[in-house]
Design a protein around this ligand. Structure first.
Ligand code: CIR
Length: 253
């Protein structure tokens, strides 16, 4: 069970972050309210929320997931691959040191962003992306091995991060879209294929007794609730404009 979540308030210059989407500029006041709803949803899942102040110099810093990998044994501080995001991990490291006795780090020339790291039970999968390089992924693999976790590397072709296109919601159920639907590495799971028109919603998260899902994706919602999960929907329109999804907005442990 997760007990804690670290989130970071949306900065007023959020719209100056990196994006590939063509959905227009996010509206700060709406993003602020959506972030509050997200935090409330995590609270409803039973998490204690640690909310960090917005960092105005780092427009993407609300996407805290990319700064670290956390599990029940240790925290691993990322070395972000996007030049404009370097340094976001500094404050997160200080915070995580209060929770963890063991805090490791990915070091240059390795780069790694948390959005590329998917945990499925005791196995990890790391996306080799524009943000995570092989050296970073192999460092992570070595660290995780010490704690008894396996780690496989997955080459990405199109999506930003591995978890843009894949999510594990427990009980062998893997939500996948696009390039991951037929990837042999995931074929032993119960694959729930997301329709092309709903691919944004692939990035959902299982948090204790609930699955958090982006609002407005009815087909995927039906598939997930058909598997017996209780769903909490969160409106994510403004974060989507900046290529962010539900997993990106918190570190959960
Ligand atoms: C970026 O491009 O870095 C941010 N605008 C979005 C990061 C999304 N994070 C994630 O998928 N884990």
């Amino acid at each position: 069970m997760f007990k804690h979540a670290i989130i970071r308030d949306v900065s007023k210059n959020f719209q100056n972050g990196i994006t590939t989407s063509k959905l227009g500029k996010p509206v700060y006041s709406t993003a602020f309210l959506q972030h509050k709803d997200y935090s409330d949803a995590l609270e409803k899942c039973g998490l204690k929320i640690l909310s960090l102040k917005a960092e105005e110099k780092s427009p993407d810093s609300t996407f805290v997931e990319d700064t670290a990998i956390v599990n029940e044994d240790l925290a691993i501080i990322a070395n972000l691959g996007a030049p404009s995001r370097k340094g976001e991990e500094v404050e997160i490291k200080k915070v995580l040191e209060k929770f963890y006795n063991i805090v490791e780090s990915i070091e240059k020339p390795g780069t790694l962003e948390g959005g590329d790291v998917l945990r499925i039970e005791e196995d990890y999968f790391v996306g080799l992306s524009q943000r995570t390089n092989k050296k970073g992924a192999l460092q992570l693999k070595e660290i995780l091995k010490t704690y008894g976790y396996s780690c496989s590397l997955v080459k990405l072709n199109k999506v930003l991060h591995l978890k843009t296109g894949i999510a594990y919601i427990g009980d062998g159920n893997l939500i996948t879209s696009g390039e991951f639907v037929k990837n042999p590495i995931f074929q032993d799971f119960n694959i729930i294929k997301v329709d092309k028109g709903e691919s944004y919603a692939t990035n959902c998260i299982r948090v204790n007794n609930y699955v958090l899902l982006a609002k407005g994706f009815e087909k995927l919602k039906r598939s997930i609730s058909g598997l017996g999960y209780d769903i909490l929907e969160v409106d994510m329109t403004e974060f989507r404009k900046m290529d962010g999804g539900l997993s990106c907005l918190s570190l959960r442990f």
